[in-house]
Design a protein around this ligand. Sequence first.
Ligand code: ADP
Ligand code: ZN
Ligand code: ZN
Length: 818
Amino acid sequence: MSLPFCNVALPVPLRTTFTYAVPDALRDSVQPGSRVLVPFRNKSLVGVVVECVQHAPPSTKIREISKVLDFLPALTPKLIELGQWIAGYYLAPVGEVFRAMLPPVTELRTERQIVLTDSGRAAADKEAAASRALNPQQHALLLRLRDKGGVMPFASAAKLGLDDAALQRLRRTGFIEIRESVLGRQAKTQRVIAWKGVARVAEEAAQRDAFDAKTDRVKAALEARGPLPLAQLLRVAQVSRSVVERMLRDGLLESWEERVDPAEDPFDAGYIPPAHELNEEQESAMKLIRARFELREFGVLLLHGVTGSGKTEVYMRAVQEALARGKTAIILVPEIALTLWIGRQCRAWFGARFEGVAVLHSALSDVERAREWWRVRNAEARVVVGTRSAIFAPLENLGLIIVDEEQESSYKQEETPRYHGRDVAIVRAKMENAAALLGSATPSLETYHNARSGKYELLTLTSRVEQRAMASVEIVDLREDFAKTHQTSPISSALHVGIAECLAQRTQALVLINRRGYSWSVLCRSCGASVQCENCSISMTHHKQRNRLECHYCGSLKAIPKQCPKCQSKYVYFFGEGSEHLEERLRKEFPGARIARLDRDTARTKRQYQETLGAFAGGALDILVGTQMLAKGHDFQRVTLVGVVSADSSLSLPDFRAAERTFQLLTQVAGRAGRGELPGRVLIQTFYPEHYAIQDAVKQDYPAFYERETQFRRVMAYPPFTSLANVIVRNTDLEKAIRWSRQLSEYFSPHDGKGLRILGPAAAPLAKLKKEHRFQFLLKSPKRSLLARVLGGAMTYLELKEIPETAVLVDMDPLSLM
Ligand code: ADP
Ligand code: ZN
Ligand code: ZN
């Protein structure tokens, strides 16, 4: 513990750690996982201590740590191990990995408290002399703590003559804990009501004012569901506040204030947790999950359940089982909206009494995120729900990691460190001896391949709950539609009729298009040029309401041209419909309908997002139009029609996953229809009805799609049959980018053909991005270790040739090859 040096990971794009000396005064406070302030070049940086060491490397000038930021090390030993694995596997600078794992470093005001533990209380109760491990000041502190109700501010320890080092020693005895909580907005509280269940009191009250129906309803609600927030109780039991107040006075109920989660959404108060009996398939899935827990060892389970088969219910029970075994759990979801939905379910299941649920995602403010993070680190929350980076939640004693919709590309981080949240989840589960439960209606090919080969355990839910039918899926062949109508509306006549029927029946429709904006290309009729972004090799998107062109890659803006920038022709026209256009068109075709749009332009904040989804779920809207945001996970009960405006645009991308993505998207959206009592119908508009991705999606036949797609992958040597790495050389200076690609090519060529295929250098599909020219190498090998070795060598080679590390981007297991 008290070693003279330590290696610190710093948030700089370098693949090493740095050695610092630990001043004597800080010896007790510096531990692996602590965040420290250190001098680096001519500034101060916050880094993470990776290890404490006896010796510094010779012949370097060693500087000293200036400050320790954490009393309790921010990262646990397991998380340090995980971070190092990520740095190694994804060839990422270790400091940047740790930065991604930690809560935002802001100038937060934190409050540090000393908390008495049970064994500390026992020690305090003994005579000072009897507890030989303690000196008089330490014993005095325990006594003071006991008298103060077990908690006191950290600073008060100094008044009793205990410095930081002394407190660290006391903490290690297990008598006290140190808690770090983030100050900020005052935490809100709500009143929670519980049934006291005291028979005698109940009888007395019954004699006094006859046990009426209202009292009965309150009792029944609380007995069935456990403690409820007041607002929710009033809804469930259909009583007024005064009834509850009377019952409280009569001693039938008890109440307390409980903190409302900062991440909680406003719909929570009215939310009633579903309490379903599991059906047979769900039950047998649970049986296998339980068996896995009984083994007490690492394992991966794939829950492959068709849309609407009740996977969430299985997740909740699995978490419940983990908690019952004294373990903690993480649930990863692919997007923020789902953290709200699953978070709400979790609070209903596990949160009411213990505030045991934390929610972590990027739409929280820094203060909220840091506060949630420290709640987890302090073991105040035992269940964490969140997006990708929640996989780094500092839970200890982890028993279960759930990855919902494991195939989603949002699990992959597209900036350094380029990790895949699902894959990290599996590695973390392995390190912690926990179970990983991957869920999906359309598993990624890699995952299903592993399940088929027996590496993962396969749990299948083949039918929807309550024998509800899958939605019927029909194809609208746009070639035929055009031949008949000669209309170029994005809404075919079949889709128009379908929506009209929905409106007549007062059910709801979802209409999906996978581009935002008004039109995604501005073309010149005279010379054929399109308006390109100046920084990127991509055409700019027309946004009509904002009256400008935007680049969706770098965010640059342009005025809408009156004439062609190339040939000055006046005949510019807009081509390719986006969501904004579709919304306009729907309003025109269905003037009385209540329509809203959901995409990244309309849902800029969490609140906007929730409001729109809430309005749709509550029946205040008839038609919801939007991008793939709509396709994921939501459980809308009154949707009877889903329209997909252009199924093809994702098929035509230059990417080996194009068919898989299209199949997944179509199956997922089809899953949004007919989830309630009403049957659902899906219309897919396409120019390529014969493509197998579309055909199999129509049949919602995953195994058939898997068979066909794996044939293609095997022949073309793509994952899951081969490991892939994408290497991009980039620079704003074209000549440099070319020169470095050539140099890298010289390093790679001798390896080509020796168990490894190296394609490139070639211009990347996105040849220019944010002013940088990009060249690409694609490395393929059936042996991942070989791939890693050659890439590791490339990193050393770059250093040798003095090619800046930031100029070469390595993407291990890339999801996109753009
Ligand atoms: P999935 O995630 O598999 O698409 P959900 O978990 O959203 O499906 O469940 C679909 C619906 O079925 C939800 O409204 C859920 O409350 C309900 N449900 C889940 N399990 C059961 C069950 N055993 N019996 C009846 N309804 C259920
Ligand atoms: Zn032109
Ligand atoms: Zn751009």
